[in-house]
Design a protein. Structure first.
Lengths: 689, 314, 310
């Protein structure tokens, strides 16, 4: 294969043979201006990255990982500045290099891929324009040659019909496509190092797998080094050779990815691994990390992790530990005074297998009364398109039917645009149905009026995805939680105050929180408040619309445990909407998988998770990343960007490996196969025979 | 793009219709007793009745509105109640003056606003930015009639540097035209220019925080290129949309400025008409002024659509 | 709750979090005020407004001469008896200035309050109802915006008679579309927020949602816009008075003083400069305070975001 990519230029530089360091960061500290003084966001970070290797930096929000990555090429916002340390890249210190010299490094020697691909491309210019501009800024290519090279690059990153798409504007691209373009831009000049800052966080699961595969294949082809920043341990486990775990602005543990993840030496690493839903047998509570990530202006004294650490001693509250080499493991460094005496648990294949093979007793839903019955739900939006404004319609939700029993959890899983949230909104009455019926307790919600309607309103509550937007910032926490009681005229003012305190305690918050305002609380705490408000009227059903996807993994585990405890305690049914299959699996008794507005497969959670039938469910499961670096699931191959959902027949037809002629014309009807219902022509034969 | 323009054009039809209702109502309110005004204070009841009949003043308002609308659509603007001169010929005579003033003000607005906005937006928080911010605040707070008066007093009356109180057509002598226009136009344009500078500065400061600017920087593009190519186009879009609104204020401002500089434009015409209770002139001139505003915002919207691929390719 | 086994002995219920470490709660406006106070220019402007407003309110007590009290001195310059001199009819300029400030401030506040109330109602209706109501209302505001605002004021004066109040009613109509559009945009943004949807799920009625959730959340940009508008209204009143369409003869407003000064400009610039400086200073101050509030509020949100990172 003749490569269009210049392999990393090994001849001209003395370094860049495997095993020699390309990037060496030493004692890097970053301050943010605050009033007259400043606050330290990143404190003494040191690491090295060898040529051709991949380093993963992992940490929760506020750990300082992205700021660290952005500081390497001095791309920090104006209020932030490098306060100390050196960034040696290819023999030069980037932290002191002159701007013009640094400009030659940017793009040319180091490429960057950002978290939010759609906003990282200028909306006012076509992608070709921006690619040509970049190429010509660092080389003397003619416009024509630069365009030809841009098209070749787009083709290389898997963009179909690149010659036509080069004229597209950013808003015409999907998130996955935009990230492919960003990657093409970042590698266009053959950089020695590619920095990827949360490159897949904004993307769907299946797209995430493709993008990570693409990055790995490009690395294999060019020999460039890769620095991947992620909050998601599995992204690091799948891609990195080395890993640095950051907490509170410091690296707490650093070393070979297999060693660190299988035999961690820092309690935070252990806790982070344990909080992964994959590590837990379904039905067992997830391990959590108490408390929240500390803020830069309130760093605990001593070890920064001590208030949340299960192993903290008195000395940990006083002495700040240094990052030291672990005895007998020259590759690993750790920042913990107790690391020699503690034996910590890491990723264990046996545990994950046990978690996978466990057959937890699902509740016997069939015996319980039906609470919610949705039949043939559709939501159709009229769109106008084309020059003459021809009317077309878009089915956000298309013929969706399901039942939900009392005290049961039905998980609805799918990627963005699948219509899963719309289903939840239709049940809540927030989005009107175009056709179909939602029956609650046997009564059609749409026709209810007056008292009956108010009763239903009380019985169905909601917890939204974004804990920052779901509480009114002009109200105190107490006012927010009391609002449902007030609206339904429950109790006197003092009775309501007492009830609010009780509710806050039920969700694990101190009742004194009532006097606070939302911005004083962390994301997880706010989500608890939202749950308390949902509980106020003793509902029988709570629609959880991606309730944990905006939270850090440790907080996510807390909220999942809370929701499950409340269900056991009060017998509430959940309609749990999510995009993360392992989270939905943990929560649900039954799962409905949605693709492009339709439920393509629905059945008991175990069936769906362990023996998926629909090709889309299979693909969704295959895209789930492993947290065990010894057993990676991801292929390091570049795949072409998947086709758009098909407008006729089965929507999955353009992506399906088993596609048949009838799939493109005939919409498959739901078929019962074993315990599940599946919409796929592959199973027509099973039923016929 | 064509669809966007057609859609926008179609939307102006109901808008213009609403505006005719508005101007008609506006003119009705100042009508007073026009028959009396026309026929004079000593007019007999018969004379009044005659005038009323001629102008159909005793018909109900909706009937008169429909008649007026149909007249306007046929290009018949009627005669001034006070002077009996055809409104259309008077408008034709005065229109160039107001148009000159509007165009000169718009040009000055750009000349003031764009460089100031860019200079400030490129280095927000700098000494120069703070200094210019002070100037911009003054521009927003200084009343145009006060500025105009100070100009006349300082530059014309005291120092005889610039002519005032007359108008020279552009076609006659562009230089003289400019000399005569600069004071009135500047008086009107300062507020708009200040607002434009402010909008552009805010736009540039906002755009500077966008991911795509950081991404452009990460690709090693030159800072000047980033500002001029990547930031300015996106920052200019909101600044552009205020022009449509500004033209309305600009024309309103011309009413007073024409008075001060004794320019015989539409503003002066409408002011006289209001004082004379000359409702026919008022409704027609207001309609013309509103029409100019609507046309400007139409042009601005189309320019916006052209700049913004999201709209252009919709 | 106790029958489940928890690995690592961590129980979310047993972790009532670290609320104890939070600073004591403060009312919401407190932060805004603190941030506002730190801005020197805005603070200075606020003090200027307070002083000038007090001077206007107590004009009756502070003024050494009555509003239409002719003294024996004509066109006197600055002196001990007449701090700012007198005009050609012997009026004491300092006294007339105080009364003029009162009239002008009353007038601009009236125009802005009317526009604020009317515009907010229209904007709420438009934004919350949507559909054809929204379309019709927005077309109407477009139409009003196309009509010169001064003419609107002139028309109202024409029909209701010569007075400041009438002129300001007319002016408020011209300001209304601005408020209506602002409110509508804000309502549309807030309406889609999860907390409003959560209130709908609870069963809160639209009036309650508007009162409890939408209005408090759109208040800040409205306040900023109101301050900016007072500045503009001062200038507009000045313009109307300047062409003789605001106050009655015998009364005084900053605009009418300017107009009288303009007529005598060839004799002395003093009569024009004094009210001119006051009107510019006031208008400048209202704009500066508006900027200060905007920055104080923006800062608050930014801090909230940083806090949210933790």
């Amino acid at each position: 294969m003749t490569s269009i990519l210049p392999a990393t230029d090994t001849a001209s530089d003395l370094v860049a043979t495997p095993g020699t360091s390309l990037l060496e960061v030493d004692g890097l500290s970053i301050d943010v201006a605050r009033g007259a003084g400043s606050l330290r966001l990143v404190d003494g970070v040191s690491f090295r990255l060898d040529a051709g290797q991949t380093l993963g930096i992992v940490g929760e929000s506020g750990s300082g990982k992205s700021v660290t990555a952005m500081s390497l090429m001095r791309l920090l916002p104006a209020q932030l500045r490098i306060a100390a340390g050196t960034v040696r890249f290819d023999g030069r210190d980037l932290s002191t290099l002159s701007e013009p010299a640094l400009r030659k490094v940017r793009g040319n020697d180091i490429g960057v891929v950002f978290q939010d691909p759609q906003n990282s491309l200028n909306p006012a210019y076509s992608i070709g324009n921006q690619m040509v501009e970049t190429l010509r800024a660092h080389s003397d290519l003619s416009r024509k040659d630069a365009l030809a090279k841009s098209i070749a690059l787009l083709d290389r990153v898997g963009i179909h019909r690149a010659a036509a798409r080069v004229n597209d504007y950013p808003h015409q691209l999907s998130g996955g496509m935009a990230q492919r373009v960003m990657i093409a831009l970042a590698i266009s000049l053959g950089p020695k190092l590619l920095i990827a800052d949360e490159p897949t966080t904004a993307l769907d699961v299946t797209v995430q797998a493709q993008i990570l595969g693409l990055l790995r294949s490009l690395q294999a082809e060019t020999g460039m080094s890769l620095l991947i920043i992620s909050h998601d341990l599995s992204v690091i486990a799948e891609t990195a050779d080395q890993v640095a775990v950051m907490y509170g602005g410091q690296i707490v543990e650093r070393g070979d990815v297999v060693e660190v993840l299988t035999a961690p030496t820092h309690p935070y690493t252990e806790a982070l691994l344990a909080a992964q839903p994959e590590s837990t047998v379904k039905g067992m509570p997830l391990a959590t990390i108490e408390g929240i990530v500390p803020n830069a202006d309130a760093m605990p004294a001593g070890c920064r992790f001590n208030p949340r650490c299960a192993y903290a001693l008195d000395i940990c509250r006083v002495t700040a530990p240094a990052l030291v080499e672990v005895e007998g493991r020259p590759d690993t460094s750790v920042r913990c005074v107790r690391h020699t005496e503690l034996t910590l648990r890491g990723v264990s294949t046996a545990q994950i297998d046990a978690a996978l093979q466990a057959d937890p007793a699902a509740i016997d839903a069939a015996g319980r009364p039906v609470l919610l019955d949705a039949e043939g739900l559709s939501r159709i939006y009229d769109l106008r398109s084309g020059r003459l404004g021809r009317k077309t319609s878009f089915h956000a939700v298309d013929d969706v039917s399901f039942v939900l029993h009392e005290g049961e959890t039905l998980g609805v899983v799918g990627e963005s645009g699948a219509g899963k949230s719309t289903v939840g909104r239709m049940v809540l009455g927030l989005t009107p149905t175009s056709s179909g019926v939602v029956r609650f307790d046997g009564n059609d919600i749409a026709t209810q009026r007056g008292d009956a309607k108010r009763a239903t309103r009380r019985d169905i509550q909601v917890v939204f995805q974004n804990p920052y937007a779901s509480l009114d910032s002009t109200m105190t926490i107490g006012e927010s939680v009391a609002e449902p009681l007030e609206v339904h005229h429950r109790g006197s003012k003092s009775e309501r105050t007492a009830r609010v305190a009780e509710l806050l305690q039920q969700v694990g918050l101190d009742p004194s929180v009532a006097g606070r305002r939302p911005h004083e609380l962390s994301g997880g705490q706010r989500q608890r408040v939202a749950i308390a408000r949902g509980l106020a009227l003793n509902p029988r059903l709570i629609v959880c619309d991606e309730p944990v996807s905006a939270l850090d993994v440790s907080t996510q585990a807390q909220v999942i445990n809370l929701l499950r405890d409340l269900q056991r305690q009060f017998g509430i049914a959940y309609l749990f909407v999510g995009h993360d299959l392992s989270v939905v699996y943990q929560m649900s008794d039954r799962i409905a998988v949605m693709y492009h507005g339709r439920i393509v497969e629905m059945g008991p959670a175990e069936e769906i998770y362990h023996s998926p039938k629909h090709p889309y469910t299979v693909a969704l499961l295959a895209a789930v990343l492993s947290i065990d670096p010894r057993h990676r699931r991801l292929a390091s191959t570049a795949t072409e960007a998947p086709g758009e959902p098909s407008a006729t027949g089965c929507a999955y037809a353009n992506r399906c490996p088993h596609v048949m002629d009838r799939c493109r014309t005939e919409v498959p009807a739901p078929i019962a196969v074993d315990a599940v219902t599946v919409r796929c022509h592959l199973f027509d034969a099973v039923v016929d025979s | 793009m064509i669809r966007v323009i057609v859609k926008r054009l179609l939307a102006t039809i109901p808008l213009m219709f609403l505006i005719t209702i508005g101007t008609f109502a506006l003119a009705q309110t100042i009508q007073g007793n026009p028959a009396q005004a026309i026929a004079g204070d000593s007019a007999t009841a018969e004379q009044l009745a005659k005038v009323n009949k001629e102008l159909h003043l005793s018909d109900p308002a909706p009937v008169r509105y429909v008649r007026w609308l149909s007249d306007v659509l046929h290009g018949n603007f009627g005669k001034s109640v006070a002077t009996h001169r055809a409104v259309s010929s008077e408008i034709a005579r005065r229109f160039p003056v107001t148009l000159s003033l509007a165009i000169a003000s718009l040009i000055l607005m750009f000349v003031i606003g764009i460089p100031l906005g860019i200079i400030q937006g490129m280095r927000p928080g700098s000494k120069l930015d703070k200094l210019l911010l002070g100037g911009v605040s003054f521009g927003l707070a200084a009343p145009n009639f006060l500025l105009a008066t100070v100009f006349v007093y300082v530059l014309s009356v005291r120092n005889h540097l610039l002519p005032s109180m007359t108008y020279v057509g552009f076609t006659k002598s562009p230089l003289e035209w400019a000399k005569h226009m600069i004071m009135p136009a500047f008086s009107i344009a300062l507020v708009g220019g200040a607002e434009m500078a402010r909008q552009l500065r805010t736009g540039l400061v906002g755009v500077a925080q966008e991911d795509y600017i950081r991404a452009a920087k990460a690709r090693g593009l030159h800072p000047a290129r980033i500002t001029i190519k990547h930031a300015l186009k996106n920052a200019a879009m909101p600044a552009l949309t205020i022009i449509g609104v500004r033209v309305g204020y600009l024309l309103a401002g011309s009413v007073i400025i024409e008075q001060i500089f004794q320019l015989h434009g539409l503003g002066e015409y409408v002011l006289q008409a209001i004082q004379n209770k000359d409702f026919i002139v008022v409704q027609t001139v207001v309609l013309v002024l509103a029409g100019i505003v609507v046309m400007t915002s139409l042009v601005v919207d189309i320019a916006y659509a052209f700049l913004n691929p999201k709209v252009r390719l919709a | 709750m106790t029958d489940t086994i928890r690995p690592d002995g961590i129980d979310p219920q047993a972790a009532p979090t670290e609320v104890v470490t939070l600073p004591p709660p403060r009312p919401a406006w407190h932060t805004t005020w603190r941030r506002f106070r730190r801005q020197k220019v805005a603070m200075a402007a606020a003090i200027v407004i307070v002083i000038i407003t007090l001077a206007g309110i107590f004009a009756g007590t502070l003024a050494p001469h009555g509003i239409d009290e002719m003294t024996s001195e004509f066109m006197a310059t600055f002196s001990k008896q007449h701090w700012l001199g007198t005009d050609n009819t012997g009026f004491d300029l300092y006294s007339r200035l105080l009364f003029g400030i009162r009239t002008s401030l009353y007038a601009s506040l009236l125009a802005v309050v009317l526009a604020l109330v009317g515009g907010t109602l229209l904007g709420l209706l438009s934004g919350y109802m949507g559909g054809w109501v929204d379309t019709v209302l927005m077309r109407c505001t477009d139409a009003i915006m196309a009509l010169p605002g001064l003419l609107m004021a002139m028309a109202v004066v024409g029909v209701l008679g010569h007075s400041v109040t009438h002129a300001m009613i007319g002016l408020s109509v011209a300001f209304m579309p601005g408020f209506a559009r602002l409110v509508r945009g804000q309502v549309l943004a807030v309406k889609g927020e999860s907390f409003v949807e959560a209130a709908r799920v609870i069963g809160a009625s639209p009036p309650r949602i508007i009162r409890k959730h939408i209005l408090p959340n759109i208040a800040s940009p409205l306040i900023v816009q109101a301050f900016v508008s007072v500045g503009f209204a001062l200038l507009a009143e000045g313009a109307l008075a300047y062409i003789g369409l605001s106050v009655q003869p015998g009364e005084a407003s900053l605009g009418s003083l300017l107009q009288q000064g303009f007529n005598l400009i060839n004799q002395t610039p003093r009569l024009m400069l004094v009210p001119g400086v006051v009107i510019v200073l006031l208008s400048l101050s209202f704009n500066a305070v508006a900027d200060g509030i905007r920055d104080a509020l923006a800062n608050k949100e930014r801090v909230a975001d940083v806090g949210a990172q933790a």
